[in-house]
Design a protein around this ligand. Structure first.
Ligand code: FMN
Length: 346
């Protein structure tokens, strides 16, 4: 069919219309999937929650529930003393192993890092808006990834308590580029970055946040507690009468993880709470010797530890002094899981 126009003007045929519609079909599909997932996320209030203007007295459990990954920022910069306080929170954070040197590098001019990230992510749409960045580096020693998850999350939660936005970034950059920019010695590995600034809570800011979450598992939602934490044996139900324990585990459940894979598992045994990593191949995620699943478990352990401490527990996580293989055998831990640490309650 020919659609009539003036002589000399290009004519659009029905065929052209059809072709144009087919060409934009993937866009329709993406918009539809995004719309549906956002709707579902809104129905699950836990998924999307921007922290407010910062409440100096915000307790740690509130911060754990409020923290989300922020991928778009307001243009205003963060006062210098506040940035220094965030860095101090990282430097003073408790370690799983004090023998592992860790550093938190503040890069005040965010663009200097954004430009060194992968092309797509360093653009305006994602992290290009971040006024500042923090780069977390570590020595490569046993437990260094678990330790980094544990320490960096203390910094992230402190920033959340101040009303600042952050986002763990493990991909989207080449280690050598960032290391060269910071002038790091070879033994100092770049593990993660986070932008830091005031979250852009506009519709645009929320859409930027969602870009990654659409591709991540469960769109920011978490696995139920019964799937990740067990009683005395693998798969056994948790003791229902210990409210404090359940609350600390609930805080662990809320932890962020790479692509929201939530690889942590907990088992409440007579010798303590055993933390494990799920190692199924699909999302194993080891990059240049950096085992990001262990790092994710370190984050969940930080949530557990901080929540328990706030409730008055005086226990702590140990990474040595036990035989992981014997523990795994005794509690029937499946082969594709790794025993990493034990929390002893005091
Ligand atoms: C170790 C680690 C690495 C991550 N890497 C990236 C990343 O490279 N880019 C990104 O946009 N988000 C990254 N994230 C954020 C996760 O996608 C996010 O935490 C997860 O989907 C849960 O969403 P939430 O943080 O809003 O609760 C990372 C998170 C962790 C813990």
């Amino acid at each position: 069919m020919i659609i009539p126009g003036k002589v000399g003007e290009p004519h659009l045929t029905g065929q052209v219309f059809r072709t144009a519609h087919i060409a934009v079909l993937p866009v329709y599909v993406i918009v539809l999937i995004y719309g549906c997932r956002r709707l579902v996320a809104c129905m699950h209030a836990e998924a999307i929650c921007y922290n407010g203007d910062g409440q100096p007295d915000m307790d740690i459990r509130t911060a754990i529930h409020r923290r989300i990954s922020v991928r778009h920022y307001q243009a205003r910069t963060v006062p210098d003393n506040l940035l220094q306080a965030v860095i101090a929170a990282g430097e003073d954070s408790l370690a799983l192993d004090n023998g592992i040197a860790v550093r938190f590098h503040l890069v005040k001019e965010g663009q200097l890092i954004a430009r060194r990230m992968t092309v797509l992510t360093g653009t305006k749409l994602l992290f290009g808006s971040a006024p500042h960045f923090i780069v977390a580096t570590s020595e490569e020693k046993p437990f260094f990834m678990l330790n980094m998850g544990f320490r960096m999350e203390q910094l992230i939660l402190f920033a959340t308590q101040q009303g600042l936005g952050t986002c763990w970034i493990g991909g989207m950059f080449r280690e050598a580029r960032i290391a060269e920019f910071l002038g790091l010695p070879e033994r100092e590995r770049v593990i993660v970055l986070t932008p830091i600034g005031y979250p852009d809570t506009s519709l645009m800011g929320k859409a930027a946040r969602d870009i990654i979450e659409v591709g991540a598992r469960n769109f920011g939602r978490r696995k139920p507690l019964w799937e990740i934490a067990f009683g005395e044996r693998w798969g056994a139900p948790l003791p229902a009468d210990d409210a404090g324990l359940l609350e600390a585990l609930e805080c662990a459940r809320r932890a962020p993880s790479w692509a929201n894979t939530q690889p942590w598992r907990f088992l409440v045994s007579p010798e303590g709470i055993i933390a494990m990593a799920e190692l199924r191949q699909r999302y194993l995620n080891i990059r240049a010797g950096k085992h990001y699943r262990r790092l994710d478990v370190g984050i969940a352990m930080a949530h557990f530890f901080l929540a328990a401490r706030e409730m008055g527990w005086r226990g702590g996580w140990s990474v040595t002094g036990f035989d992981p293989a014997a523990i795994a055998q005794h509690y029937a831990v499946p082969e594709d899981h790794e025993v990493l640490s034990i929390y002893r309650r005091r």
